[in-house]
Design a protein around this ligand. Structure first.
Ligand code: C2O
Ligand code: CU
Ligand code: CU
Length: 548
């Protein structure tokens, strides 16, 4: 589904192209838009695995009044020590500097976090973006063609529209906005990332994402009483795949394709890192922050067991022992790995592997990634953490309480607007708002996937429970209905904000749509596929939340 109408097909962005020609001496500059059609095809330079230690993003320091001033910036970053600090990325930062991924917010539930977000994406004068914009994407070209627009979304936050990072709350370079996050939710691994209409895939690919950890007394108590590892042994891991050009720059096709698969595994901003661990229990908050790639994680070829203690929106009712976990883009899993169990000892290495199938419907990922990162066990320190049998109780929402049941058909369709096919939700575009939800009510949303591709479906504002996953079938009247029960993964039994909807699946979720606004009669919130290439297609819509 690569688009031919507008794409120039030139594989490198202008800046990297210049670098290449300067280095190589051959100065053949093809005008953009008339380049020979060379799909990226090529592979990133070969990089040795497990050379660099895993970086841990630093925690943002609030100013004395508890607020933050955070700006997006362009910076040079070292993805791998064999490349050096020459990859241009975008990051979020404060007075201590910007980074990819962005530093981590650590906030307490029950408090106000005020962030002054600034766009300082000052790149080459005249350049409209570091990567090439595809102008056929709805919303991609902003006003006077300044496409360095941004907006920051707090993924998983129970917040107002004003602070949500509504995709059209555009901030151009030099502009800023103050967002108030009045956090009232349970401890959880949230994340913040760019959400600019039409360019989300490019902005997040450039590096605009980071963790936002919500802490609360309940979880602190588990840590204080030795039922969860302490913060020193609690590691966030964001998984992102990237593709590089010959000179180590980020590569992304200018021509819009409906998926992106990189061949370089980047964890916390480093390609195939390693981490030295003690033979004890660690807690890993894993985020799939990739554009399109899903991961099925396992420990070594032997599939060492590990535990899942939490999901998108916080702790599970009880730790669950598993041998793998699948995360589609946007999903999180909170894991406990015991490097002192299962016969592991100092001197052993264990690799975190991805065994997700490389076929995605009709799409074949030609550069499957197997190695994620390596753990090297060292030393003799053990721990006294004893995971409890019960973590945090979850009250199941009662389907009988639902006032409405909505069906959302996930499908690609011919769109005359671009003379090509695009991914849609119920065949409608972003600006077509047909779903009106009464504040405070419980609703059932059915994701009806008629396609061959997985779609991780995310709803802003709410946390939901997955009621069930079924094979999509057609009844005698031709109606699409749930068929055989396919069951849920262990981590899908907790509170979620993003759910995997596999090919030809019918996935039912239930949520209470309780807004946070005061004095407003309504708010708008997006819901979308978290494959960022689909989101920038038309697979993002919005619901109107009405207060009475
Ligand atoms: Cu993480 Cu609207 O998305
Ligand atoms: Cu979100
Ligand atoms: Cu999708």
């Amino acid at each position: 589904m690569a688009r031919s109408r507008y794409g120039s097909g030139w594989p490198l962005n202008r800046r990297d192209f210049l670098k290449t020609t300067v280095a190589g001496g051959a100065a053949l500059m093809l005008p953009l838009g008339f380049g020979a059609r060379t799909a990226h095809g090529g592979e990133s330079p070969a990089l040795d695995h497990f050379i660099d230690p895993l970086p841990i993003p630093r925690i943002f320091n609030p100013s004395p009044d508890g607020s933050y001033v955070i700006a997006t910036q362009q910076l040079q970053h070292e993805l791998h020590s064999h490349i050096g600090p020459m990859t241009t990325v975008w990051g979020y930062g404060d007075s201590e500097g910007a980074a990819f991924p962005g530093p981590t917010f650590e906030v307490r539930s029950g408090t106000l976090t005020r962030v002054r977000w600034q766009n300082q994406l000052a790149i080459d004068p005249g350049a409209s973006h570091f990567l090439e914009i595809d102008p056929s994407v709805l919303g991609a070209v902003h006003g006077a063609e300044d496409n360095r627009k941004m907006v920051v979304h707090l993924h998983g936050g129970h917040i107002t529209q004003a602070a949500d990072g509504y995709p059209e709350d555009t901030l151009l370079p030099g502009q800023e906005a103050v967002y108030d996050y009045l956090i009232d939710q349970d401890a959880a691994t949230l994340w913040y990332h760019d959400h600019a209409l039409g360019n989300t895939r490019l902005n997040v690919y450039m590096g605009l994402a980071g963790f936002f950890l919500v802490r609360d007394d309940f979880e602190d108590n588990l840590i204080a009483t030795g039922q969860l590892p302490d913060k020193a042994h609690e590691i966030p891991l964001v998984l992102q795949d990237r593709r590089l050009n010959k000179v180590g720059g980020l590569a992304y096709d200018s021509q819009f394709d409906d998926s992106f698969f990189g061949d370089v595994m980047v964890v916390n901003g480093k390609a195939w890192p390693y981490m030295q661990v003690e033979p004890r229990q660690y807690r890993f908050r894993v985020l799939n922050g990739s554009n399109s790639r899903s991961y099925t994680l396992q420990l070594g070829a032997d599939m060492l067991p590990f535990k899942i203690i939490g999901t998108d929106q916080g702790l599970l009712p009880a730790p669950l022992t598993v041998s793998s976990v699948t995360l589609t883009p946007g999903e999180r899993a909170d894991l406990i790995i015991d490097f002192g169990a299962g016969g592991l000892a100092s001197g052993d290495d264990i690799t975190l592997l991805n065994t997700h199938p490389s076929r995605h419907g009709e799409k074949v990922d030609e550069t499957p990634i197997r190695d994620i990162m390596q753990f090297r066990i060292f030393g003799s320190a053990s721990d006294e953490v004893i995971l409890p049998d019960e973590l945090r109780p979850i009250t199941r929402l009662d389907t009988a309480e639902a006032v409405t049941e909505r069906n959302f058909k996930l499908e690609d369709k011919y769109d005359p607007r671009v003379d090509d096919s695009e991914w849609f939700i119920n065949d409608m575009h972003w600006h077509e708002i047909t779903d009106v939800v009464q504040n405070g009510t419980v609703e059932i949303w059915n994701w009806v996937n008629k396609s061959e591709m997985v779609h991780p479906m995310h709803i802003h504002l709410v946390k939901f429970q997955v009621v069930g996953r079924y094979r999509l079938t057609e009844n005698r009247k031709g109606k699409l209905v749930p068929g055989a029960n396919l069951g849920l993964d262990p981590h899908e039994t907790g509170w979620k904000d993003t759910v995997r909807v596999g090919p030809h699946e019918f996935v039912q979720v239930i949520a209470r749509f309780a807004g946070r606004a005061t004095g407003l009669s309504e708010e708008l919130f997006p819901f979308h596929c978290h494959i960022l290439e689909h989101e920038d297609h038309e697979m993002m819509r919005q619901f109107r939340l009405v207060y009475d």
